[in-house]
Write a protein that binds this ligand. Sequence first.
Ligand code: NAP
Ligand code: HSE
Length: 408
Amino acid sequence: MADRVIKVGLLGLGTVGSSLVRLLEANAQEVWRRTGVLPLVTTALVRDPAKPRNLGSWRGTLTTDPEEVLSSDVDVVVEAMGGVEPATQYLLRALERGKHVLTANKELVAGSGPKLLAAAERPRRMFLFEASVAGGVPVIGPLTTSLAANRVSLVEGILNGTTNFILDAMREGASFESALAEARRRGYAEADPTEDIKGFDAARKLAILASLAFDRPVPVAWVKTRGIEEVTPEDHQNAARLGAVIKLLARASSEGGRLELSVVPTLIAADHPLAAVRGADNAVRVKADQVGEVVFSGPGAGGPATASALAGDLVAVARGAGALQIPAWKVPTIHESPAPAFDYRGRYYLRLRIEPDRLREEGLVLARSWRRQAGFGAVVGPVGERELRRALRRLGHAYTYFPLREDD
Ligand code: NAP
Ligand code: HSE
């Protein structure tokens, strides 16, 4: 018998929420063996109670009234509904009423994280969000505990499962549309998948990681963001010719206090540590002064992986682990300071409609070029992005470019 039952209320019972219900039905005994506490999901908020759901033998209550979760006797509220509002208001109310709060929602953490952390402080409740970044891959925990005595210089990763899945599938010959449809069917994509495709989801996750790694407020607007919608099958073929693969690479680096933050489709060498990240997997690579380099990788999206991270946070609550301390989030002007200028200087891959030799006329250093049926491919640089754009605009023809990064 459990020493104690911990009652859980869910806000949202879709891909993530229903996976958490199933995980706790299957593994409640594991949690009990390790904590002496038995988790029990009693209530869940949904929009449409009539919707068919795969909930195994779960017999809790469905409701459309948030108060039936927030004012109930639950000890923990788990938010898996998405969006910043009304989720923020619901979680603030939950904290006021003495509940611990867990979330998988990166938009909420990136937007309202500091407010929620502050609201959790006085009632000494926990606000935890491991599941909001990289799905089932533990990364917020390690950054805020095991690595916390290091000076971090780089956080680099694949932070969006949907786009990694699509890029992989396209490289193997699938169309963008069919790959996106499959990612949605598997529950990887956001309710509005343009959040994934345009890089916004990865940018939010990067802002969260950067603020923890560099111990300072990092507004999402500081992340230079480009999506994968411009990447064509031809680009994948060109990348292969260069011994590279195209990834939606998220990077946050700090040199002398200067932050550079980007989420941009990037050509990386096939032997780069992140090149082997396949399908909906994510990976986060951290470089730090004492530990050196560490890489965390695994399933980055999907119900079961995300539920695993939420359940891990639930275990932390059951154990009465210390609340997360993030002093940087107490800075009140978090969204007011201007974005640092970021102009990556390096080599770039180009897809062009003009003879690559003409690039030299514009002062670009042409490292490599080749003809293809539909046009040309080329590698130029080292050059700054602003200078590259100016030169390409002067040429006045359609072009697409992505950085081609060496491992650093
Ligand atoms: P989902 O399948 O669309 O589920 C959302 C759930 O919330 C549904 O049960 C929906 O009710 C409910 N809901 C939404 N708005 C509501 C409202 N205003 N009032 C009441 N109920 C509401 O989404 P999901 O994929 O589980 O994602 C949930 C959150 O987890 C998002 O923040 C997402 O970014 C994050 N996340 C997702 C994944 C993933 O792989 N899917 C991974 C990590 C993090 P109905 O069922 O009645 O429509
Ligand atoms: N839509 C997100 C992704 C879910 O594809 O990575 C995990 O946060």
